[in-house]
Ligand binder design. Sequence first.
Ligand SMILES: *[C@@H]1O[C@H](CO)[C@@H](O)[C@H](O)[C@H]1NC(C)=O
Ligand SMILES: *[C@@H]1O[C@H](CO)[C@@H](O)[C@H](O)[C@H]1NC(C)=O
Ligand SMILES: *[C@@H]1O[C@H](CO)[C@@H](O)[C@H](O)[C@H]1NC(C)=O
Ligand SMILES: *[C@@H]1O[C@H](CO)[C@@H](O)[C@H](O)[C@H]1NC(C)=O
Length: 909
Amino acid sequence: MKMASLLLHSRLCVFSAPYVTSSNSPRGKCHEFSVQLPRKTRPMAVRSTAEHSQQQPQQSSEERGTKKKSKGSTSDAEKGIDPVGFLTKLGISHKAFAQFLRERHKAMKDLKDEIFNRHLNLKEMASGFEILGMHRHVEHRVDYMEWAPGARYSAIVGDFNAWSPTENCAREGQFGHDDYGYWFVILEDKLREGEKPDELYFQQYNYVDDYDKGDSGITIEEIYKKANDEYWEPGEDRFIKNRFELPAKLYEQWFGPNSPQTYEELEPIPDAETRYKAWKEQHKDDPPGNLPPLDVIDSGKEYDIYNVIIDPIWREKFAAKRPPIPYWLETRKGRKAWLKKYTPTIPHGSKYRVYFNTPSGPLERIPAWATYVRPDAEGNQAYAIHWEPPPEMAYKWKHSSPNKPKSLRIYECHVGISSSEPKISSFNEFTENVLPHIKNAGYNAIQLIGAVEHKDYFTVGYRVTNLYAVSSRFGTPDDFKRLVDEAHGLGLLVFLDIVHSYSAPDEMVGLALFDGSNDCYFHSGKRGQHKYWGTRMFKYGDPDVLHYLLSNLNWWIVEYHVDGFQFHSLSSMMYTHNGFASFTGDLDEYCNQYVDRDALLYLILANDILHALHPNIITIAEDTSAYPGLCEPTSQGGLGFDYYINLSVAGMWSSLLENTPDQEWSMTKIVSTLVGNKQYADKMLTYAENHNQSISGGKSLAEILFGKVNEQSPDSEGLILRGCSLHRMIRLITFTICGHAFLNFMGNEFGHPERVEFPMSSNNFSFALATRQWELLETGLHQNLFSFEKDMMKLDETERVLSRSFPNIHHVDDSTMVISYIRGPLLFVFNFHPTESHEKYTVGVEEAGEYQLILNTDEKVYGGQGLIDGNYYRQRTISKRADGLRNCLEVPLPNRTAQVYKLKRILRI
Ligand SMILES: *[C@@H]1O[C@H](CO)[C@@H](O)[C@H](O)[C@H]1NC(C)=O
Ligand SMILES: *[C@@H]1O[C@H](CO)[C@@H](O)[C@H](O)[C@H]1NC(C)=O
Ligand SMILES: *[C@@H]1O[C@H](CO)[C@@H](O)[C@H](O)[C@H]1NC(C)=O
Ligand SMILES: *[C@@H]1O[C@H](CO)[C@@H](O)[C@H](O)[C@H]1NC(C)=O
């Protein structure tokens, strides 16, 4: 009897998931486009309509996005939610800011109400890519959907119809737009000569899947026979024997003996829960069967046959059955069978644009949801490419994401400049040459900047034109998948620097004036322009723009398995002054009239949705203004980021090196800057230098310290000794003093001696500085610096430095220029003095015992002088108070060196 329920699911599966289509309804046969498209296909679903309860069982409220915090639904009691929670926690009282947070919380509730008016849940809200843009539909066609409320009519033009917007443009089938301005175009595949359309609604041909049996032309009778003989348990097969009996029995199952005989007679099907309860009542006396427990199948949550079985035992049992159940139930046929019958309306690799007729004239645009965009031959107006490689060519994932580490060692990189040749490097070259180096260096994550499509190379990738496309100058979408996959294989997480804080102002490839109007994606007027950079500012308060941006984040995870995001330049979006104001730390600055509350709501939603849909995802905030609550939970008035990168720290080292004589460095200032706000130190992503020092016209630390030196020249000996000593010390202290995450920009791990300059008119479009000089790694000081880098990374790997809690910074002496702190069993000692060495320098320690020197910046292999005698590598504590601690060590401390000791043996006195 349980069989029947399974079939019921197969039925749902056939009609709806996993394809989002216009003909989800049983009435919508593949070649009848009588369905009035908008109501059924646009991503906004009106929750109360019968068709939704029939196709997608209602989800329980906690499924609507934020599971953990149970605040997805407005009807939820506000358990554990406190809009000003983090202020209370930190003991901050500020009336205006608290008021602002309360109002923001209320605005979020209104926004969610608005979202739930259109979308079933937050997951659907963030899955626009399943339906927008261009998609193959299993029923012999390609669907295209776009949001362009300003257009009068719309069409697809491409190389498949000689680019004519009026003659042969692809506007066949249904096309039109709904009340929300969503355009829909259906492009039917052509039946080949002498072929007839399919009769059976459930016998779908599929371009994408390549079921070998389907491709060998096996008939449906054979499939049922095989299912009968090999798959079903005895007694389970009675509905399978006759193919016409199958739907008939299903109808009977639902509607009794006088069930409708045609689709037209079919009444709306009750929702899953009602059906389930009725079924259960009817079958309460059945003997136990051997199929999955129905409570699992028909809980009203799961409807997708692929996800039906969530009980692990049953999952195993089903997996053991070959071929898999969806194969039999959907009886889909493969690509070859499909190609035999049809010619694809838009083959893989076709170029296309979307054409809009607007009140201000005709426009050709790159679709906003385009997933692959290439410039035309002259490098002028780009076109989108329909990326749908046949299964035998499509990239097949091999590895799953590594586990989320407790300490993050992030290697920030840019693919284009990642080779030593003066050219734009590719995803494939990066995968082959740079990934192994990153692994070898000891990092556990990469962060890609400039990977999303941008028209102008010199913008480093910050003026994104196509948010859904990887930059085609580096390769294809599949090349990028390979990069991510290989990184995962090496145990590296992959983060993407994402620019949602503004957008390129380009019309022909970007989103500016997309539908002819000035306020489609962006604000019109002054608010729509970044005050200084000429870029366009998104309308974060618009549900369609939210749909676009939130789906974009989800897209990179679902499509490319990306593990996290750094949100670029948050201060551009959070304030109408775009962050160009002086921040004194007064909380008024974070809640005054210049604050863009919509942008804050967007960030909260983004973090909530990302963390609910993908529990392992990591989000990093890049914000010069240090917005209060960046990394506090959204339920407590925070923005919900996992880490923040404190940019005030960035300038410190370069400014010290450039402006302050070595003997005048203040240790107190170094420590207080590095640690930042102690309350947030745990969430801080630390770095000695990120891409910005090297790229924005500044210099890398190595360039300031020694630049391109002749290592053979005796004159440069002192320069190199100082430069490399400081380079190692600066990295070591920044890496270890606090926080759980560290970041380095590509090349700086071996002291890259030159900055980055992208080709542009000011340098005659030269690629000379748009490279990384990997050959330097082979010898000399760069090899030495890299040896140190590897050991520093290994220190974290073996001693778990970053995952430990905040250190006890017990010794900060401005006169001797010594800093010392204790983190777990490790003691860190730095002597920044340019000339003063100490044979025995006293620093306090907590535990009495034996300490072993485990990392020494002065080691000869690192390019140091090797001044510490091997006999001193193991030290015993003296029981004498120092630095407020009960015991102390007397350590040898040459000038400009740093040492890490580990407590090896505790002595009890
Ligand atoms: C960022 O760093 C600066 C300088 O160390 C510090 O004053 C500020 O409090 C830090 N911000 C946060 C949010 O930690
Ligand atoms: C980036 O670097 C430039 C030049 O070194 C500097 O002026 C700017 O403030 C830096 N920006 C950030 C966000 O750190
Ligand atoms: C660029 O090229 C022109 C002419 O070839 C030359 O005069 C100029 O100095 C070059 N500029 C740079 C920055 O190399
Ligand atoms: C240590 O100081 C001496 C002078 O006392 C100097 O010659 C030497 O270069 C310094 N060492 C480093 C690593 O800077």
